[in-house]
Design a protein around this ligand. Structure first.
Ligand SMILES: C[S@@+](CC[C@H](N)C(=O)[O-])C[C@H]1O[C@@H](n2cnc3c(N)ncnc32)[C@H](O)[C@@H]1O
Length: 304
């Protein structure tokens, strides 16, 4: 099993820390500046193979990090995160997220690098996932992208994405909101409960120069007061069950919802759950054991 340790902090400090961590073969990266930060941030990536080594090496690394923090009087200090690579997506700067790729033929995802000039190509999305979910490599995200792409080809007005107002609920990196705009939506809102992921989404929106068209909000349904033509929700099952009930009340009468994040073997139960909320599942899509639905509220009894 492989584990990835990331350490982030002021770039100068990261360079000093890196020299003390040489024994762990660290890789140093810059992190794109967030709109409201005025210092350069750096990131160290260390990969450790084997659960038995993790505890031992992590405690040595944590000791070096604390000692360096004290020596430099850093406030706030470095931030350490550990991820099990078997269950996570590749992080920004790792070799699995280094080259441009096409999750769907009409979109290229270009991993952010400090040297990167703005890309005005309408099909390219610049992305720094930071620690957030949504690199475009996970099958649940891929399903959502494929469905949005199909919607662009749908000529029936109700489900065409052109000119739509989109909600990306649980936006992670903001990838789906950005992709929706790239594929013809007019505006989008991204909602994200995790403060750091919300910050990553804001950065990605800014990197793609969509700050005028995509509004990222930290929080959950309490920050959403509007109705949308398209609601995208790629969430783990427990969150879908908890938050999915609010989807119908945030859809315009002809709106559509795309939900993902559940397995093919859970699709039957999820269909029952959404139908209980008054939604009609119009199609099911499956990729590598993951499923997604497109739904509308045609089944709802509309008030006169
Ligand atoms: C599976 S990720 C999807 C990210 C991205 N939309 C994608 O499709 O790749 C789900 C995201 O939902 C966020 N989330 C979980 N519970 C939430 C809630 N109640 N409200 C808003 N966001 C939530 C998580 O923090 C996570 O970033």
């Amino acid at each position: 099993m492989q584990f990835e340790i990331t350490i982030e902090g002021p770039f100068e400090g990261i360079i000093k820390l890196n020299s003390k961590l040489e024994a762990f073969s660290p890789v140093v990266k810059r992190v794109p500046l967030h709109g409201y930060e005025h210092r350069e941030i750096g990131r160290i990536l260390i990969v450790i193979t084997g659960e038995d080594r993790l505890d031992r090496e992590l405690s040595i690394i944590a000791g070096i990090v604390t000692e360096t923090e004290r020596g430099l009087s850093l406030k706030p200090g470095f931030e350490i995160r550990v991820r099990n690579l078997a269950y996570s997506e590749p992080s920004a700067g790792s070799s699995q997220f280094a080259e441009p790729f096409n999750p769907i033929p009409s979109i290229t995802i270009q991993p952010w690098t400090p040297e990167l000039e703005h890309i005005s190509d309408p099909h390219t999305i610049i992305l720094d996932p930071h620690h957030a979910f949504g690199t475009g490599k996970h099958p649940s995200t891929l399903l959502c992208l494929k469905i949005i792409d199909l919607m662009t080809k749908d000529t029936s007005r109700a489900s065409n994405i052109k000119g739509c107002k989109v909600l990306d609920f649980g936006c992670g990196t903001g990838l789906l909101a950005i992709a929706a705009i790239k594929m013809g939506a007019e505006t989008a809102m991204g909602v994200e409960i995790d403060a750091q992921a919300a910050r990553a989404a804001k950065t990605n929106v800014a990197l793609n120069r969509f700050s005028q068209r995509i509004d990222i909000k930290e929080g959950s349904w309490e920050v959403v007061n509007d109705k949308f033509d398209l609601v995208l929700a790629n969430l783990v099952i427990s969150v879908l069950l908890k938050t999915g009930k609010s989807i119908p009340s945030h859809l315009t009468p002809s709106g559509a919802a795309v939900v993902a994040g559940f397995g093919e073997n859970q699709a039957k139960d999820m269909k029952c759950f959404f139908e209980d909320q008054g939604l009609t599942v119009t199609r099911q899509f499956t990729l590598k054991g993951w499923s997604a639905f497109t739904m509308n509220i045609d089944g709802l009894v509309k008030s006169p």
